[in-house]
Design a protein around this ligand. Sequence first.
Ligand code: B12
Ligand code: SF4
Ligand code: SF4
Length: 341
Amino acid sequence: MLSCWGRGYPKQTPAVKCFTAPVEAFSVLFVSNSRSKSLTQAIKAKALELGFDAVGIAAAGNADPDGHFEEWLNRGYDAGMEYMARTKNERRDPSLLVPDAKTVIALSMSYYTPESEPVQTGKIKISRYARFDDYHKVIRKKIRKLRKHILTLDPQAVVHPAVDTSPVLERHWAQEAGIAWIGKSTMAISPRLGTYTFLATLITNIDLIVDERHVDRCGTCTACLDACPPGAFVKPYQLDANRCITYWNVEHRKEFTEKTPDFNNWVAGCDICQEVCPWNKFSKETNEPRFTPKESMVHLDLVKIAQNKAYVTELIQGTPLQRTGADAIQQSLKHIQTEDS
Ligand code: B12
Ligand code: SF4
Ligand code: SF4
């Protein structure tokens, strides 16, 4: 079989065709395979040219084959993020987003900068991913350009680009496409980029050459599980958002309750499970100038944040925290200051 089509032939093609098809069909398949190969190469080259640090391709199919996502929802680990359950069918099945979906192009982009090393131990912090221009905007532009490029290569193609907010299980596709594995922290980890990466995907109805699934390289390490202050990991690879600091200080926009954990000085987001991950010694500095941390997001003016809502609104303008809002940021700071007293 391998000698017939080569290692990367799309997984969903029935293997039997190779041996039973008549000569004409054989040549059609051969042409179609070499077309898939050149399309794949062209798409990957364009993705790298657009500034992505990794690109891989997976065969589209059930995104939750082991039922982990279903279990996560059933146990209520989605906390107040009701959109996760509402869109569960689409997250599990990419063909609900692109009819006859064949492949998923998975992408990642580093946002690591050496300046983002912890400079404020014991001080109030904003998570690294939120210290600069909103990645949704930056990456959305790039995936739209990649989609356009695919349409010039194949005008019949249907392509659904997604970053974060679309109902796509992005980490699953990153692992299937071989660009990362899902670690015990649930972070997608690349051995040459670490965890400080954003993910994106394009679901398509075109046949491309698929990559090997990434193997798990966490080994016996448990650093993230041991370090998480509120104990948000129920078990390795499973996070209960009800206990995660990031859920409470980024996603939860209502008043805090008795279940709200201590924030351990994180006013927005939390990087603890990434700071302890040994794979981050392989982090690669971002190539994206719009991912340069804003000085005012690294060295926080706590008096102004606490007392001046207009200042907070200005501070988070254009960053991922704009969606969280100034009221929520001020509420989080107050929560931290009460922890300290
Ligand atoms: C909801 C959400 C959250 C929630 C819940 C996080 C979670 N782990 O589920 C909250 C608000 C807590 C959150 C926090 C953060 N998030 Co978030 N989040 C998402 C979102 C929108 C959906 C994630 C999701 O589907 N969760 C459901 C769970 C079940 O799926 P999963 O996390 O992929 O987990 C897989 C495995 O854990 C496995 N699994 C589950 N249970 C079990 C059990 C066993 C035994 C096994 C073997 C496997 C297994 O199966 C799951 C499905 O494949 C994605 C964007 C997207 N569309 O995918 C971004 C995303 C995951 N977030 C992202 C980021 C950057 C963060 C933060 C780092 C931000 C910060 N610094 O504060 C933290 C990290 C916290 C953490 N350790 O996950 C990035 C992650 C990039 C990366 N390299 O992994 C994403 C991909 C956004 C993006 N486009 O870049 N997030
Ligand atoms: S982001 Fe913070 S609170 Fe959430 S799982 Fe990671 S270490 Fe725990
Ligand atoms: S800290 Fe260790 S266990 Fe956790 S994700 Fe990183 S390598 Fe895996």
